[in-house]
Design a protein around this ligand. Structure first.
Ligand SMILES: [Zn+2]
Length: 258
C-alpha cells in the first residue's frame, strides 16, 4: 500500500527511522488494534496509537466519564463528565486524524462476547481495570489466534506483557495469573490510589510495545517479545523484565487439558 503525500508528510519523523520506514508506516496504516478499556492506560495508548497512524482502532468500554477519571484519563475534559467514553474517544480520533477508521463497542466485555470483539484484529491491547475481563479477553485471544498486549497499573507499579498463547510454545495471560482471579472483584484502583503519570507511563509503554508487535513482520524494532513481562517501578524508577513460561495445564492455552 503506497502512502499518499499528505500521509508521507504527517509521518515523516517515523519514516526516517530505519526501524519504521515506509514499509513499517504502511503496516501500521493497515493494522487493526482492539483497545479494551479507555481508562488511565487506554487513553494515552489510544493517543499514541492514533498518532502512529494505526489504521483501524476498535474502542471497547461501557463506562461514562467520572470526575475522578480526569487526573489520568487524558482524552477527557471537565465537560465530558457523564458522557460515554467510546463516543468521546471517537470524537477525539476524528478530530485528531480524519483518515483513521474507528469502531465503537460500548459494551462490557464478557466471556460470551469477547471472541466476537477481538476476532480479526492484528493485536488486542487490554488496559481494563479487572481480572475477570482480562481473563475473558485472554481466553478469547487464544481461541481466535490474536496476540494480546496486557497492561496494568497499581499505585507505582506498572506491568506490560506480550502474549501469543495460540502459538505452541508461547504462554497466554492466564498462564501468568492462573485461575484465581476469574471473579469480578479485583477493581482496586479506587481503594489503592493511582498517580496519573504512572498510568500514563504504563499506557505509553504499552503503545510502544504494540507498535513493536505491529512492526515485527517488517523487522522493525525487533522480535515481538512474546512471554515477556516488563515491570515498571515508578518510585525507583526503573524497569525489570520477567519471562513467563507456558503452563501445559493452562485452561486458556494448555494442551494437556480438554
Ligand atoms: Zn495459557
Amino acid at each position: 500500500m503506497a502512502l499518499s503525500s499528505d500521509r508521507l508528510d504527517r509521518f515523516a519523523r517515523h519514516i526516517v527511522l530505519p526501524e519504521v520506514g515506509g514499509a513499517g508506516q504502511a503496516a501500521l496504516a493497515k493494522a487493526t488494534v482492539v483497545l479494551i478499556g479507555l481508562g488511565g492506560i487506554g487513553s494515552p495508548a489510544l493517543q499514541y496509537l492514533a498518532g502512529a497512524g494505526v489504521g483501524m482502532l476498535v474502542m471497547v468500554d461501557d463506562d461514562v466519564v467520572d470526575a475522578t477519571n480526569l487526573q489520568r484519563q487524558t482524552i477527557f475534559c471537565e465537560g465530558d463528565v457523564g458522557r460515554s467514553k467510546t463516543e468521546l474517544a471517537e470524537l477525539w480520533v476524528r478530530a485528531f486524524d480524519a483518515q483513521l477508521n474507528v469502531r465503537r463497542v460500548s459494551q462490557r466485555v464478557t466471556r460470551d462476547n469477547a471472541a466476537a470483539i477481538v476476532a480479526g484484529a492484528d493485536l488486542v491491547l487490554d488496559g481494563c481495570d479487572n481480572f475477570a475481563t482480562r481473563l475473558a479477553v485472554s481466553d478469547a485471544c487464544v481461541a481466535v489466534e490474536v496476540p494480546l498486549l496486557s497492561a496494568a497499573v497499581g499505585r507505582f507499579q506498572g506491568q506490560v506483557g506480550a502474549f501469543a498463547g495460540h502459538l505452541p510454545d508461547q504462554p497466554c495471560y492466564r498462564c501468568y495469573v492462573g485461575d484465581a482471579f476469574d471473579a469480578d472483584d479485583c477493581d482496586t484502583c479506587a481503594e489503592q490510589g493511582m498517580l496519573g503519570a504512572m498510568a500514563g507511563w504504563t499506557g505509553t509503554f504499552a503503545a510502544m510495545q504494540a507498535i513493536r508487535v505491529l512492526l515485527a513482520d517488517s523487522g522493525g524494532m525487533g522480535e515481538p517479545q512474546w512471554g515477556k513481562l516488563h515491570v515498571l517501578d515508578g518510585l525507583a524508577p526503573g524497569m525489570r523484565t520477567m519471562r513467563i513460561a507456558k503452563d501445559p495445564q493452562c485452561r486458556g492455552c494448555g494442551t494437556t487439558v480438554a
